[in-house]
Design a protein around this ligand. Structure first.
Ligand code: CO
Length: 162
């Protein structure tokens, strides 16, 4: 596996609508593994292919920051159901040190293809739902700073820890 260079805001690849994946092969699985390694090395909970310069509809998420045990590799993901709405603070590996509040659906259902070419459905809520919505925005060339409110440099002070 290898660490990949993370593209930051201002790089045109982050503004492009990504193309669907048509071939799931060893090369793609290696990209997914390299993306995961890059995400873990940067303490991220999600990473999308355009963030490493690949304009294809692929992302990796893992909200288990302690043991990295909830990894999902999402190929051609599509959100087919949304429910509710929650505002919470987000950051992004492509926008170093910026944080802001973003409104997202509280619960989602996402359909995707697995790294072994199986059709899958995932229901998510909480941080996982937020993370998937953030990564899917990347696949459409959108950055969270384009929609976030109360953007701060540095993580804002947490009011309560629960
Ligand atoms: Co991001």
């Amino acid at each position: 596996m290898a660490l990949l260079e993370i593209k930051t805001a201002g790089d045109p690849v982050l503004k492009k609508v990504c193309a669907p994946v048509t071939k799931i092969d060893k090369r793609l699985r290696r990209l997914l593994d390299d993306m995961a390694e890059t995400m873990y090395a940067s303490d991220g909970v999600g990473i999308a292919a355009p963030q490493v310069g690949e304009s294809i509809r692929v992302c990796v998420v893992d909200v288990d920051t302690k043991s990295h045990n909830e990894r999902y590799d999402l190929i051609n993901p599509v959100i087919t159901y949304r429910e509710g709405s929650v505002v919470d603070n987000e950051g992004c590996l492509s926008c170093p040190d910026l944080f802001g509040d973003v409104e997202r659906a509280a619960k989602i259902r996402v359909e995707y293809t697995s790294r072994f070419n199986k059709k899958k459905t995932l229901e998510a809520e909480g941080l996982l739902a937020r993370c998937i919505q953030h990564e899917l925005d990347h696949l459409d060339g959108k950055l969270f700073i384009d929609v976030a409110k109360n953007i701060t440099k540095g993580r804002p002070n947490k009011k309560t820890e629960d």
